[in-house]
Design a protein around this ligand. Structure first.
Ligand code: GUN
Length: 286
């Protein structure tokens, strides 16, 4: 069994971001990410701080907009429209979840797809499904980067994705399909989940339930990727995989923490560099 060290892969991606950010600055362009946080959600505050810190460390300027909980949808839309038109902003990220009185889909649809470094706009979702490039959500993109880095060839594998969220499960399934895996997406209504999983060469667990994937659901030699980040009552951070019992059966497995988690921010920085480079290329063409 080999551990897939997402922390190490994330450092490699971030070092490459730093080099490319410096190159862009030599051409007078400072890659810049606008991060919008609405309200006081503690987990979101932590994520946003981590995103800002990573930007600062690896050569990307971050511009944070912290808005009060009772910000209206109209106010948020107005801010996004300003950022869409601001040539000095290359990426826009609206931290989710938003307060209940704001319609998330309306907000995501307003972000300029060329600045949508989270890959949540329907244009980018459509491009992913059609295999046309565009921005891809950072967490599943990070999973693909780990698999690539370890030379795990997914073409032809039976891949099972557990969870069908717009942020992880659905884009993950599409990335694996685009890489020629045979993909099954499972969810809370799936029958015989154990049998489906037992047939998998690769399992990506993204359900948000601690210790959900057990040893009797995994075949010998499978690759297991754990996207879960669950905080237990005792403060421990654990994944969706019962690591201690599943790991001995795997050829490769990601730990939690130190697996997929660090990749999300690394790929966000990478997407911001790509957005900046694309902007420059479009200016040259114009
Ligand atoms: N909330 C949980 N994950 C994410 C993410 O990847 N991006 C944004 N914007 N919000 C999130």
């Amino acid at each position: 069994m080999k551990i897939l060290d997402g922390k190490a892969v994330s450092l490699k991606v971030k070092e490459s971001v730093k080099v490319r950010a410096e190159e862009l600055k030599k051409f007078g362009v400072e890659p810049t990410l606008a991060v919008i946080l609405v309200g006081e959600d503690k987990a979101s505050q932590t994520y946003v701080r981590a995103k800002e810190k990573a930007c600062n460390e690896y050569g990307i300027k971050s511009v944070a907009h912290r808005l009060r909980e009772n910000t209206t949808q109209a106010e948020l839309l107005a801010l996004i429209n300003v950022l869409n038109l601001d040539d000095s902003i290359h990426g826009i990220l609206v931290q989710l979840p938003l307060p209940k009185h704001i319609d998330t889909n309306t907000i995501l649809a307003t972000i300029d797809p060329a600045k949508d470094v989270d890959g949540f706009h329907a244009v980018n979702v459509g491009k992913l499904v059609s295999g046309l490039g565009g921005f891809v959500p950072c967490t599943p993109l990070g999973v693909m980067e780990i698999l690539k880095e370890y030379g795990i060839e997914v073409a032809g594998l039976n891949a099972v994705v557990i969870g069908r969220s717009n942020i992880v499960g659905k884009p993950m399934a599409n990335l694996l399909l685009n890489a020629s895996a045979t993909v099954t997406v499972t969810h809370s209504k799936t029958k015989n989940l154990k049998e489906v999983c037992k047939n998998a060469d690769l399992i990506v667990a993204a359900i948000g339930k601690p210790f959900f994937l057990k040893a009797d659901m995994v075949k010998d030699g499978a690759v297991v990727v754990d996207v879960g980040i669950n905080r237990l009552d005792d403060g421990r951070l654990v994944g969706d995989v019962d690591f201690d019992e599943v790991a001995p059966k795997c050829s490769y497995i990601t730990p939690v923490p130190g697996g997929v988690g660090p990749m999300t921010i690394a790929m966000l920085l990478n997407n911001t560099i790509l957005a900046t480079q694309a902007k420059i290329a479009s200016h040259k063409r114009a």
